[in-house]
Structures are given as structure tokens and as C-alpha cells.
Design a protein. Structure first.
Length: 225
């Protein structure tokens, strides 16, 4: 997760920035400080896997990269109804706030409203303090902010698709970690039932069939040992 503030203190973007050895320069005319902030997405791990001993797992940017590729391969029945370039952008933006918020999971006991407040605070900081002074950057910052809020509202078909891709990417990673380490990650299987669109449900069904086949083969191998 991102840097913590004392339990009796209100979490703010600035409280986290104050803990960084090299916080990004604010109100710069260059996008370079923003580029430096994005490095934190490369180094911050997705937390859900750590409880199962997977400590060298995927980063937040790993997750968003594969999501962006997945949006490019939307099933034909969906692709004709989607702005795929917009979906790709949304996949790359949707977890950007975790550069400072960190990857909050249910076991962290931060309620959804507070999590949303923290993420919105970081996105306002990015759009204003980091991109507001960049020539052409104010529009870019506001565009990023708009894409983030569209994803959070989950009302457009693009947002619903990217939400589903988010869940689908987790299922892929779940099976891949199970195959690599033999650890049982059943706890994450419920995500498949939260996918909204039929086309993505088909993708999920394929992955869950792969998972079932893997565990059957493993059980058979253990039984014959």
C-alpha cells in the first residue's frame, strides 16, 4: 500500500508526498515530474497476492498494461459498439491514483467511500498540480480526470467493459500464479461472477475451465505418486 498516515489523521495526498524522498515538482511547465510519479506504478505491487506468499508478483502497471492490450482484442460483437482507443486509455488511467494511494484491498479495512475519496484526491492533484502548468497539459490533465471519473461511475459501455477486463485480468493472473506455485487461490474465483458483459463472461469461462483442468491434473498426479 501507499505510505500510511497515523490512524487518527485524515489521509491526504500531501501527507503521502511528505514521506517521499523525492516528491514530484509541482506546477512545472514540464511533464517530467508526472512521468516520475508514474514510476511508482511500476514498483508498487498488487497487494492481494502477498497474503498467499507471492511477494515478487505483479506491479500495478503490469496489471494495467495487460488490461490495455485486452481492450484491443474486444470480441467482434462488442468492438463495433465500443470506442476501443478510449477503452485502452481508461485501462491505463483507472488505477493511476494508486501511485500514491497504494493498492487497497478488503483486508485493509478502508471502506469504499474513503478509498474513493483518496483516489479522487490524488487524481485532482495529478490533473492540477502536475499537469495544470504543462503547455497543453491542462487539457490532458482534465482529460485524464474525466476518464477516471467515467470509469468510477461505471455507466458507459466503455466503463463497463473496462471494469470487466479488470476482473478478467485478475482471473488470468490467479490461474497463472496457481500454475507457477501450486498455491490455491480459490478466494479470488468469486470475481468471475461479478463480470457484467456476456462476451467477457465467455472469456472468464474459458479461464475457469483451464483452472479446473489444472487442478484435476494435479490431483491425479498426486494420487498416483
Amino acid at each position: 500500500m501507499g505510505s500510511e498516515t497515523p490512524s487518527n489523521a485524515l489521509w491526504t495526498t500531501q501527507s503521502v508526498l511528505a514521506t517521499l524522498p523525492h516528491p514530484p515538482e509541482e506546477n512545472s511547465a514540464s511533464p517530467v515530474p508526472f512521468f516520475h510519479l508514474l514510476e511508482r506504478l511500476k514498483t508498487t505491487k498488487r497487494e492481494g497476492w502477498r497474503r498467499f506468499g507471492i511477494n515478487a508478483g505483479e506491479s500495478i502497471s503490469d496489471h494495467m498494461y495487460r488490461m490495455s492490450i485486452m481492450t484491443m482484442l474486444a470480441p467482434p460483437s462488442l468492438a463495433g459498439r465500443l470506442n476501443l482507443a478510449h477503452c485502452m486509455k481508461m485501462a491505463l488511467v483507472h488505477d493511476m491514483a494508486e501511485s500514491l494511494v497504494g493498492d487497497i484491498t478488503p483486508v485493509d479495512k478502508v471502506d469504499k467511500k474513503e478509498k474513493a475519496r483518496r483516489e479522487a484526491d490524488v487524481m485532482d492533484y495529478i490533473a492540477g498540480k502536475l499537469l495544470g502548468g504543462v503547455p497543453g497539459g491542462a487539457m490532458t490533465g482534465q482529460d485524464i480526470l474525466g476518464v477516471f471519473h467515467e470509469y468510477e461511475a461505471n455507466e458507459t459501455l466503455e466503463a463497463q467493459f473496462v471494469h470487466d477486463v479488470d476482473k478478467m485480468e485478475l482471473l488470468l493472473q490467479m490461474v497463472e500464479y496457481e500454475r507457477a506455485s501450486g498455491v490455491d487461490l480459490t478466494e479470488f474465483c468469486h470475481v468471475a461472477g461479478r463480470i457484467q458483459l456476456p462476451e467477457v463472461k465467455e472469456w472468464a469461462a474459458t479461464v475457469m475451465q483451464e483452472r479446473e483442468a489444472f487442478w484435476k491434473k494435479k490431483a491425479a498426479a498426486n494420487g498416483s505418486a
